[in-house]
Design a protein around this ligand. Structure first.
Ligand code: ADP
Ligand code: MG
Length: 368
């Protein structure tokens, strides 16, 4: 048995945007996208929008897709949406694709190189670099990658409407029209994605495949916890394992937090008991408050919060009728708030006329 205190970071990384030590679940979503890459160019699954709240695992999913697609013969450009995105995408393809062009010798005549648009490997000729915009460069890159049997996959994180987003999306559409082997996956907060879909230039994305990222299977979380704790010599009873699993409610960020704090608060080679779990849950909630609840609530109006408080006070799955009764005639009219908060991904409507909070423990937090 190890004598040093285990570094909880070795198994759990309760931060945003990192690659998890082990990727858990989402087999269906991943398979669907990966199968799309085998489908004809332009098919629906080859242009997918993932939406989910903070901590639901959007960035982790894109990282996972990047690995899988690379193994499946794609060169991947992974970027965060910002004004320099088109340029960043080109650079990513050049960087990540260069390994397939190592042995290529400089072309003998400048003429040929100029016609092809490249000087060496994936480096553009001076003329191409100067004259061509995003779409033409992408077209050249796609052809060049196709020579090596590679496709091009663009991954865009934190998607939102912007001129750069319009440029990339229109280019994608045109590249597909030209029969280039290109695919795209985007991830963002629900309201950012809905604003993208409502943008007049980007309306074609309404035909894209939309995938809402929900909670992950608690069975898989339980099995992962059991493996991780056992492998570092921490003892845990079935009862405490159940408790740790349930505490996550299937929320990926909480899975990292609870796992991390359980290791942190368990003495070397010790046993996870109720007091460890108490402390771990409390610490995890503190992080949830700072990194999930507050950022979700801060852009909302006072009336939005009145609406959410009423929802929290009723508890569980709330019908429109109950909400109306709780808010009273002087409360905010339900429909506009309902729509806005649904768009913002703060609440969900599992069935017509019913509402629940989209993020676990947010209701409890609103309560306090
Ligand atoms: N499927 C998963 N398996 C394991 N860990 C995950 C999974 N999805 C997300 N995580 C972890 O949860 C945390 C939040 O995920 P992240 O992708 O940053 O969320 P988002 O981008 O949606 O805000 C990160 O620490 C990440 O590694
Ligand atoms: Mg993210």
């Amino acid at each position: 048995m190890k004598t040093d205190k285990v570094n909880p970071h070795a198994f759990f990384q309760p931060t945003f945007g990192n690659r998890p030590d082990q990727y858990i679940g989402r087999d269906g979503e991943i398979e669907q996208f990966m199968e799309g890459l085998q489908e004809p160019i332009g098919s629906r699954n080859r242009c997918t929008l993932f939406l989910g709240q903070r901590g639901m695992g959007k960035t982790a999913l894109l990282l996972e897709l990047s690995d899988r697609a690379t193994r499946a013969g794609y060169v991947v450009a992974r970027v965060t949406a910002h004004e320099g995105m088109p340029k960043a995408i080109i650079e990513q393809f050049q960087l990540n694709g260069s390994q397939y062009f190592k042995e290529e010798k400089r072309k003998m005549t400048g003429m040929t190189a100029g016609v092809l648009g490249f000087s060496l490997g994936l480096t553009f000729s001076e003329a191409a670099e100067r004259q061509y915009g995003f779409r033409s460069k992408m077209s050249l890159l796609c052809d060049k990658l196709a020579e090596k049997g590679k496709g091009a996959l663009i991954l865009i994180d934190e998607v939102r409407t912007s001129a750069a987003m319009r440029e990339v999306a229109s280019a994608y559409q045109e590249l597909v029209g030209d029969g280039k082997n290109v695919a795209i996956a985007m991830a963002g907060l629900p309201h950012a994605v809905s604003s993208v879909l409502n943008d007049s230039v980007l309306t074609f994305l309404n035909r894209a495949c939309k995938v809402e990222l929900g909670l992950i299977s608690t069975n898989l979380i339980r099995a992962y916890y059991e493996r991780s704790f056992r492998s570092i010599g921490i003892k845990i009873s079935d009862e405490m394992l159940d408790r740790a699993t349930l505490a996550t409610r299937g929320f990926p960020y909480l899975m990292q937090l609870i796992g991390y704090y359980v290791i942190q608060y368990t003495p070397e080679g010790g046993t996870v008991d109720a007091s460890v779990m108490d402390k771990a849950e409390k610490a995890a909630m503190g992080d949830m408050e700072d990194n999930v609840f507050k950022p979700i609530l801060s852009p909302l109006s006072d009336n939005d919060k009145v609406f959410l408080k009423a929802l929290a006070n009723i508890g569980g799955t709330v019908t429109t009728a109950k909400l109306q009764a709780a808010l009273g005639r002087r409360g905010p009219a339900i429909q506009p708030y309902r729509k806005r908060l649904l768009d913002a991904g703060v609440i969900e409507a599992p069935r017509r006329g019913e509402l629940v909070f989209a993020v676990p423990y947010l209701a409890d937090y609103m309560h306090d």
